[in-house]
Design a protein around this ligand. Sequence first.
Ligand code: NAP
Length: 274
Amino acid sequence: MSAKAFLGKTVLVTGGGSGLGRAMALSFAEHGANVCVIGRRQESIDETVSMIQSLGKEGLALACDVRDPARVAEIVEATVKKFGGLDVLVNNAAGNFVAPSETLSPNGFKAVVDIVLNGTFYCSRAAFEHLKKSKGSIINIIATYAWSGEPGAVHSACAKAGVLAMTRTLASEWGTFGIRCNAIAPGPIHTEGTDKNLWSVAGVMEEVKSHIPLGRIGEPSDVAKAALWLASDEASWVSGAALPVDGAHLLAGGTLNFRKLYDKTVAGMGASQT
Ligand code: NAP
């Protein structure tokens, strides 16, 4: 894709201070976009913006908890004020942890649904008027377990399935305003978080890999490339799609194979990943 594909465009990435969000933010900047990154930790989003600036591009880091609709509305307006519009919203922020459903607390369930499902709606709703003006697009980062379920993370599976339904609903409803809405469903990906918490647990990475037909764990750049394409003019007739980026992991049983890894994972990591 041309390095100028997003020149003059503005992209807002939630959860842009780490992992896939940071990779997507940098990739959009490399292709010409002004990028606003949001997250709760100012230090992480500032770091992403420094990386964007070292590419010679403009970035903006605004601390925001996506569970707060008033703050979400403020940061959307601040982004538009700084860059003059909004063309792409990437709903990527998420929280997750491993817990058997029978011991999951109601608060644990609610916290993840609030971030992933409600947060995605608040951001999309706040961005609507600007995306309508730019005929822009939304990309929702879901997970392949939106389809398969994820034994041990019912909270996240339900939230991601809700975001899949939101993606299809908004594609249809807001398509009439020229707004496209698509989802990317990553499979297991290397990030700082998963490398530290998940893939470092003895035997887990090899076991997961053995269920991925393409034979490797994904990289953040795999997801970033898909996001660039979906947001680009090359995909101007693509809306309501949910694209697995998972080396065919889902078709080979996906996260249903994770059930076997649970005890090992819970014992080894003390339970925290997205
Ligand atoms: P990550 O590094 O933990 O990124 C999650 C980001 O969301 C963090 O930067 C975090 O920043 C932000 N965030 C969390 N709660 C927030 C809140 N309430 N308000 C605003 N920002 C919040 O995880 P990742 O692996 O890159 O995951 C990115 C996306 O890909 C997620 O949607 C995840 O479900 C999806 N995914 C990842 C994988 C994988 O293997 N890595 C697989 C399937 C799907 P703060 O803590 O500073 O707020």
